[in-house]
Write a protein that binds this ligand. Structure first.
Ligand code: FNR
Length: 183
């Protein structure tokens, strides 16, 4: 049976390149993976005071992660880190204390930017944030998609063959790695 992957998109923007990348991965992924795109619209700010009982949007987000076999973050870089909405989602998913929904889930990190550095700083920050509350993070291959602003047509289709090749190699490697860990 295919492994389910929650693909968490770190941008709320309607024309988000991160969302387009997530959708492109869903098309490129091998049949051993089933990708579910998770956007963060409507996920309210984490506030410890509101944990008992947690709001419906937190519960839905946590359950989405819990029922997935793996997690893939697709994130832009905001001011050399991850966007606040993504950090908030990680905070929501990481609680209650000791019961992180991300626990044990094989995790991939895909950073991107229209700029030249491909969001590498955001990816590095995720690698700092996640270890205490996630499962193993795939270390290789790494993927930092630079120059992403010209990679899609106006229908959201990938138009850059080189990029498609890199993304296909990444998602195939992720599938093989998840498969090994889940055996
Ligand atoms: C950015 N952007 C950006 N890019 C980058 O490579 N490094 C950075 O540190 C930043 N910082 C930053 C801060 C803020 C507040 C914004 C709004 C943008 C540019 C960013 O990569 C670009 O807007 C992307 O298109 C955002 O990703 P989505 O929405 O297309 O997925």
């Amino acid at each position: 049976m295919a492994h389910s992957v929650a693909v968490i998109v770190g941008s709320l923007r309607k024309e988000s390149f991160s969302l387009k990348i997530a959708n492109a991965f869903a098309k490129l992924a091998p049949s051993s993976l089933k990708l579910e795109i998770v956007t963060l619209h409507g996920l309210s700010f984490f506030n410890q005071d509101l944990e008992a009982p947690p709001s419906a949007d937190w519960v839905t987000f946590r359950e989405t992660i819990q029922k997935s076999d793996a997690v893939l973050f697709v994130t832009p870089e905001y001011n050399r880190s991850v966007p606040g909405v993504l950090k908030n989602a990680i905070d929501v998913g990481s609680r209650p204390y000791g019961k992180s929904s991300f626990n044990g889930k094989p995790t991939g990190i895909v950073a991107n930017s229209p700029g030249p550095l491909g969001g590498v700083a955001a990816a590095m920050h995720l690698k700092t944030i996640l270890p205490g509350i996630s499962g193993p993070i795939m270390q290789q291959p790494e993927i930092y998609l630079n120059g992403i602003g010209t990679a899609f047509d106006d229908k959201g289709n990938l138009t850059t063959e080189a990029l498609e090749k890199v993304m296909k190699a990444y998602i195939d490697a992720f599938a093989a790695w998840v498969d090994r860990l889940k055996k």
